[in-house]
Design a protein around this ligand. Structure first.
Ligand code: GLC
Ligand code: MG
Length: 529
């Protein structure tokens, strides 16, 4: 036992807790316009309590022309009328807190909308005081763009501005000009934005594309990607060596962190797609960075016990001292887990997500087993799909409305949903699944309850036991309690020597377990002393 009082302090809420991502357009509509809104979310708050999560993160709700569905912000300190008003937000936040839940917003600091007042000024003339708030450059030697950088949505990252005769940089759409984070005025302005929401009581932020925020000072060309093949998406023609993940980004993360810390136990989660060794630097280099750099490995990895086992080990080993892990199965940008591995394995994946060491984030709809919804060509909304159609980059399929009940439009809206519902909504909805404990929702609720009652699962140590022959097995332990998790990642029976103990949960609710793992079975048991 240590005598250090810090060791006796309870873990912060976000280490013990579970996060839940809401895509506000698709969660619950309250006014019949077919688009979800804040009043709709407020109506559903008890759902989170019953489910057993601790915090909700809302994808952007700020005023926006919606070129990238809210990731193009035209005012960082307001609410888009589509979602409601600032008063609606305050009411939602108070109602969230009354239920003991936390609320995170989505900060989009890398770029604003081209309709933001800052950019309108910046583009008005070369000597405007806000000119240097964005990244402007003269044409390259050949009269074309200043360098070879490619937008994540395809095409050059540079847009020509006729009025002032220069190009501006945009890592995403041309409607999303990149802010110049080397300019101290930009930093100060964005910290003020964070202060505005912290003062209102927001419990933290998910920070959009954190690793993009600083670019190499000389904006030199990116190297070609030797592994590029057509069909991978235009952005992959080059490696984003100089356009992302620059050392100075860690100073910015540290400034944001020190601001957050002034407000008590607030949480910063960073969106970062990088290999693990570079990802973990976002915990902080010289000073603390974000609390949780999102760990997206389960999204990208093949569904294979050996690959997942190795990734878990490497991640655990790469974590800096005091760095708390986290895991994600899906988000509003990537294929859903049920589409990737099928429904039976999505149940196994749920056990994995909620029993690994670290804070899990659940993407709305995954808990009812929602899969990707195919969108007819004439209903495509996502600019990413519209810019590079037909190669599977579109994100509409993972952003479709939540299914609540068997009433018209699944109880999502009284109007026409902005994206089509999943075809099986009459049976795949919250009301129907609550009535059936064997459902995906029943499984999620059982897992979340177990995670809450067994601190070995939420806070305990992790030890990998097996990752061969399609079986991933590990122990989670704290004090005298040891929990054993065994997951069959195949659709066939797998032999395994199970320790003796009490079976706490199986993904298969029928038939007898015979000491081996049944097809697609995941089990949790408490080991006998
Ligand atoms: C992030 C968001 C994505 C958005 C992009 C540009 O990756 O998750 O939805 O399109 O940033 O803001
Ligand atoms: Mg609405």
């Amino acid at each position: 036992m240590s005598n250090n009082p810090a060791d006796l302090a309870p873990a912060p809420w976000w280490e013990r807790g579970v996060l839940y991502q809401i895509y506000p357009r698709s969660f619950q509509d309250s006014d019949g316009d077919g688009v979800g809104d804040l009043a709709g979310i407020e109506r559903r708050l008890d759902y989170f309590v019953d489910l057993g999560v601790d915090a909700i993160w809302l994808s952007p709700i700020f005023p926006s022309p919606m070129a990238d569905f809210g990731y193009d912000v035209s005012d960082y300190v307001g609410v888009d009328p589509l979602f409601g008003s600032l008063e609606d937000f305050d009411r939602l936040l108070a109602a969230t807190h009354r239920r003991g839940l936390k609320l995170l917003l989505d900060l989009v600091p890398n770029h604003s909308s081209d309709r933001h007042a800052w950019f309108i000024e910046s583009r008005s003339s070369r000597d405007n005081p806000k000119r240097d708030w964005y990244i402007w450059r003269d044409p390259g030697p050949d009269g074309g763009p200043p360098n070879n950088w490619i937008s994540d949505f395809g095409g050059s990252s540079w847009e020509w501005d006729e009025t002032t005769g220069q190009y501006y940089l945009h890592a995403f759409l041309k409607e999303q000009p990149d802010l110049n984070w080397r300019n101290p005025e930009v930093r100060a302005a964005m910290l003020d934005v964070m202060r505005f929401w912290f003062d209102r009581g927001v419990d933290g932020f998910r920070i959009d594309v954190l690793w993009h925020m600083v670019k190499a000072e000389d904006l030199r060309d990116n190297p070609p990607n030797p592994d590029y093949r057509p069909g991978m998406g235009d952005m992959n023609r080059v490696l984003q060596l100089h356009s992302t993940d620059q050392p100075e980004v860690h100073e910015i993360a540290a400034e944001m962190r020190s601001l957050a810390d002034q407000f008590g136990e607030r949480l910063l989660v960073g969106e970062i797609y990088l290999p693990v060794e570079r990802l973990v630097r976002y915990y902080g280099v010289d000073a603390p960075g974000v609390h949780l750099p999102f760990n997206f490995q389960l999204i990208d990895l093949q569904w294979n016990a050996a690959a997942i086992g190795e990734a878990i080990q490497r991640y655990e080993e790469a974590l800096p001292a005091g760095g708390w892990p986290n895991w994600v199965l899906g988000n509003h940008d990537r294929p859903r887990i049920a589409a990737k591995v099928g429904e039976a394995q999505a149940r196994v994946a749920a056990v994995l997500l909620l029993t690994l060491r670290g804070t899990p984030t659940i993407y709305y709809g995954d808990e009812i087993g929602l899969a990707d919804v195919s969108i007819p060509a004439n209903e495509v909304k996502d600019p990413r799909e519209l810019r590079e159609p037909g190669i599977g980059l579109g994100r509409d399929p993972v952003r479709t409305p939540m299914g609540w009940d068997g009433s018209p439009h699944a109880g999502f809206t009284s109007g026409k949903p902005w994206l089509p519902l999943h075809v099986d909504w009459p049976r795949r909805n919250v009301e129907a699944e609550i009535a059936n404990p064997g459902s995906m929702l029943g499984l999620y609720r059982a897992l979340l309850a177990l995670r809450r009652s067994e601190t070995a699962l939420s806070e305990g140590g992790f030890e990998l036991v097996n990752s061969q022959d399609d079986v991933l097995a590990y122990r989670r332990s704290q004090g005298d309690t040891c929990i054993f998790v065994a997951l069959n990642l195949s659709g066939e029976r797998r032999a395994i020597t199970l320790p003796s103990g009490e079976l706490l949960l199986s993904t298969i609710d029928h038939g007898e377990s015979d000491g081996s793992l049944r097809p697609n079975e995941g089990i949790i048991l408490r080991m006998a002393d």
